[in-house]
Design a protein around this ligand. Structure first.
Ligand SMILES: Cc1cc2nc3c(=O)[nH]c(=O)nc-3n(C[C@H](O)[C@H](O)[C@H](O)COP(=O)(O)OP(=O)(O)OC[C@H]3O[C@@H](n4cnc5c(N)ncnc54)[C@H](O)[C@@H]3O)c2cc1C
Length: 490
């Protein structure tokens, strides 16, 4: 039986550990932190628990599979609740749209606020999104890309769906309305991309949400992580927490083990869920062989996230509210390209109690609010500027959506790009790995199988197909295919 070590327990690492165990590998999962989940872990603070990261759960069949491949019923571990509406988009003017839930309701919402032509245009955009989904998700999201030629054969269809256009430009072609453009092109931000430069292939996320709905895991996303941990214990997957990989050991062009903060572990293959840029620089000490990614890659923006609880229950606040700033193009340009401190961020507010009463804890409402900010190539000193941004955000929410907020907060803390860089070992503290631009997609992302040495594989946000929970779970499907092929297993 081949022995595999998985470095990192984000959803990518958890997924590959589950998949390889089901195929008979001996699996050890090591995690630097004291708990599992990576970006999807749970924070506990002064008696409150907070989802640290992902809360929008889409394509739940991908999570269910991680249990069903062991003949286990996902429903015995996790309960998913439908979110309605999926998002409230709140514009600077005070206008808003409630989006998602039922298509007819959404079309009606657009019609009532922007007229019948815009509602029809939205349905046409969705049809276009389905076409992209059929190619980009159904056909390619779990297909390995090992050479440029494996990409070239898809170019004719990609040309037809105009992959060369950005998500923003594509939405504008259909909707041609400032508010609707901003709202309906926001999906790249969920996977680390600027809507103005992300290839329109990522518009597939829009149809993906309609295909399977938007869900919340009862008790928090951490319940999915806990469910997987229980499954792993039952299936004898070895879990080593507080264990940091320091070096991947190779001999004669082959992986033979890893050196960790708790000693050496011998193994036949290693799957890294740790960020690939960090991994090549720190655990391998050489550059990737692929011409396309010798570290000149564009890494995603980062995030500033403020977690807080309030004594007031804000019943009017929906589960997911996106609060748009007055600026859009310029703001994203400041964050992604100029990499400067922004004092007028757009915000995404998460209020789980709107869907799941169990998240009203100690009689208090529970939230996080996140702002996209530049990654740490910015040189912003977050030790000094963190409180400043927290206050800006609280004032903004207080003015636009949560009256009396500052007097109602009973608990709060925040994370900055430094958390992603130092705690999760992510290059430049990027929130989502490398950006989803075309020149960093499919074959041009980090390889799911390394070319430099045998027995070395990758999963997670910077590999194909990319970031987001459905994305990283799919990276493990791709990597599993390559490993089974390489080790001659059906
Ligand atoms: C605030 C936030 C909100 C988000 N919201 C959503 C959402 O609503 N829906 C959605 O689909 N996606 C969302 N995302 C994106 C999604 O969470 C991520 O793309 C995904 O969870 C990343 O998973 P991953 O497998 O790449 O690994 P990560 O979660 O990045 O985990 C990598 C793990 O490797 C560990 N590690 C690193 N180096 C070492 C080492 N040397 N030794 C041992 N362990 C190591 C780290 O500690 C970490 O646990 C969000 C992300 C953030 C940050």
């Amino acid at each position: 039986m081949k022995k595999v070590v998985v470095i990192g327990s984000g959803f990518g690492g958890l997924s590959i550990a589950s998949r390889l165990k089901a195929k008979g590998f001996e699996v050890t999962l090591i995690e630097k932190q004291a708990d599992l989940g990576g970006r999807a872990r749970t924070f506990s603070h002064n008696g409150y628990k907070y989802d640290a990261g992902p809360t929008v759960i889409t394509a739940p069949y991908l999570i269910e599979e991680l249990f069903s491949i062991h003949n286990e019923d996902f429903k015995n571990y996790v309960k998913l609740l439908p979110v309605k509406p999926w998002y409230r988009f709140l514009f600077n003017s005070g206008e808003y749209i409630d989006y998602g839930g039922k298509l007819i309701t959404t079309a009606h919402e657009i019609k009532s606020k922007y007229g019948i032509k815009k509602a029809r245009a939205y349905l046409k955009l969705l049809k276009h999104s389905k076409r992209i989904f059929d190619k980009g998700f159904t056909e390619l999201s779990d297909a390995p890309f090992e050479s440029i030629s494996s990409m070239i054969k898809h170019l004719p269809e990609l040309m037809k769906i105009r992959f060369d256009r950005s998500v923003y430009k594509t939405v504008d072609k259909y909707l041609n309305n400032k508010n609707l453009n901003e709202a309906l092109s926001m999906h790249p931000l969920l996977v680390g991309g600027n809507p103005y430069s992300t290839t329109s292939i990522y518009l597939l996320i829009q149809y993906l949400e309609w295909k399977w709905g938007v869900h919340y895991s009862e008790g928090g996303t951490g319940k999915i992580v806990d469910g997987l941990e229980s499954l792993f214990i039952k299936k004898n997957i070895e879990i080593k927490k507080n264990t940091e990989a320091k070096k991947i050991i190779t001999k004669n062009g082959k992986v033979i083990g890893i050196d960790t903060s708790k000693g050496i572990i011998n193994c036949d293959l290693v799957v890294c869920n740790s960020d690939p840029t960090y991994t090549y620089k720190n655990l391998l000490g050489f550059k990737p062989k692929k011409i396309s990614n010798k570290f000149n890659l564009k890494h995603s923006m980062s995030l500033f996230v403020l977690y807080f609880s309030t004594k007031k229950i804000y019943d009017d606040v929906k589960h997911h509210t996106i609060v748009f700033s007055r600026r859009h193009y310029e703001l994203l340009n400041d964050i992604f390209n100029k990499k400067i401190f922004v004092s007028d961020p757009s915000l995404y507010l998460h209020r789980p109690g709107a869907t799941d009463p169990s998240m009203i804890q100690n009689g208090h409402d529970n939230f996080y609010v996140l702002a996209p900010v530049p990654n740490n190539l910015s040189n912003i000193d977050w030790e000094n500027r963190g409180n400043e941004l927290a206050n800006i955000i609280i004032n903004n929410l207080q003015e636009k959506i949560m009256p009396g907020l500052s007097n109602n907060i009973v608990d709060s803390f925040f994370i900055t790009p430094d958390y992603f860089e130092n705690d999760l070992n992510t290059y430049a503290g990027s929130g989502f790995g490398i950006q989803p631009v075309f020149t960093q997609s499919a074959y041009f992302r980090y390889g799911n199988k390394a070319k430099e040495t045998d027995g070395l594989y990758f999963v997670g946000a910077s590999t194909h197909p990319g970031a987001g929970v459905p994305g990283v779970i799919s990276t493990a499907k791709v990597t599993e295919k390559l490993i089974l092929r390489d080790y001659g297993i059906n």
